[in-house]
Design a protein around this ligand. Structure first.
Ligand SMILES: [Zn+2]
Ligand SMILES: [Zn+2]
Length: 238
C-alpha cells in the first residue's frame, strides 16, 4: 500500500532537474541525464601549484612564484558556471545531498591520475563557519570529501576547525585575500600525514591556502588540494 502511494505521489510530483527543471524519470534524483552529460571538466591549462587558470601548465603562476603556497599541488575540476554552478548551489543551499556522490566521484577522477595521489594518507575538508555548522553539520565540502574518500579508498579525517565568522562569499577580491592568517586550527593528528584537502569552490585560493598553511604548521608531511570549481568572480559563488 505504502509503495503504491509513493508511486502515485511520484507520478503526480516527479522530481525536477535543478538545472533545466525537466521532470526526472522514475523516482530518480540528482540532475537529468542531459545535464550530467553536459558537465565536463575544465579545459585549458592551470597553475599546478594553486589551480588558477594559467598560460603555462608546466610552471607555477606568477602569484605562486612570488609567494609559494603551502600546498604542493591543486587540482580544480571545473568552472563555477552553468550546470556545475547549479549543482553546487543545490548541494550547498538546497540540501541536495544526493549530488555529493556523483560530483565527488568526478573530483576523485581528476585526483586519481596525479603522481602524488598514491601518497595520500588522509582526506579532510575545508570546514564551514561555526554558525553554519550549527545549522547544518555536514557542509558541501564535507560531503564531497566523503565521496572522494570512498572513491579513492582513503580515510576521511576531521583535522581542521574554522574560527570567526568571516564569510568569503560576496566579499571583494581584495577583502578575500585579507583572510586572517589564523583562520583555522588543526588537530595534532595531522602530524606526519600526507593530506588531500577538499573544498567545493575556490576564487582567489586564499581559503585553501590558509587551511593548507594550518595543516603544514601542525606538522603535516605534505598537503595537496582538490576543489570542485573555480569561480572567477566571488559575487557568483553564493
Ligand atoms: Zn537537467
Ligand atoms: Zn599558482
Amino acid at each position: 500500500m505504502e509503495g503504491m502511494l509513493a508511486a502515485a505521489v511520484e507520478a503526480l510530483f516527479p522530481g525536477l532537474c535543478p538545472h533545466c527543471e525537466q521532470p526526472l524519470p522514475g523516482g530518480s534524483r540528482g540532475l537529468c541525464d542531459a545535464c550530467w552529460a553536459s558537465l565536463v571538466p575544465r579545459v585549458g591549462s592551470a597553475c599546478p601549484r594553486c589551480g588558477v587558470p594559467a598560460d603555462d601548465p608546466s610552471d607555477a603562476c606568477l602569484g605562486c612564484l612570488r609567494s609559494a603556497p603551502p600546498q604542493l599541488a591543486t587540482v580544480v575540476w571545473g568552472e563555477h558556471d552553468g550546470v556545475l554552478r547549479t549543482a553546487i548551489l543545490s548541494l550547498k543551499h538546497h540540501r541536495r545531498d544526493d549530488l555529493a556522490q556523483p560530483l565527488g566521484f568526478r573530483l576523485a577522477a581528476v585526483v586519481a591520475p596525479a603522481s602524488w595521489a598514491p601518497s595520500i594518507d588522509a582526506i579532510c575538508s575545508v570546514p564551514s563557519h561555526p554558525l553554519r555548522r550549527f545549522r547544518r553539520p555536514w557542509a558541501a565540502a564535507d560531503l564531497l570529501a566523503f565521496s572522494v574518500g570512498r572513491r579513492l579508498d582513503k580515510p576521511v579525517v576531521k583535522l581542521l576547525r574554522r574560527h570567526g565568522l568571516h564569510r568569503q562569499a560576496g566579499r571583494s577580491r581584495a577583502r578575500r585575500l585579507e583572510l586572517p592568517r589564523r583562520s583555522f586550527s588543526t588537530s595534532r593528528r595531522a602530524r606526519g600525514l600526507t593530506i588531500l584537502l577538499i573544498d567545493d569552490v575556490t576564487t582567489t585560493g586564499s581559503t585553501i591556502r590558509r587551511a593548507s598553511e594550518a595543516l603544514v604548521r601542525a606538522g603535516a608531511e605534505a598537503v595537496y588540494c582538490a576543489v570542485l570549481a573555480h569561480a572567477p568572480d566571488s559575487r557568483r559563488i553564493s
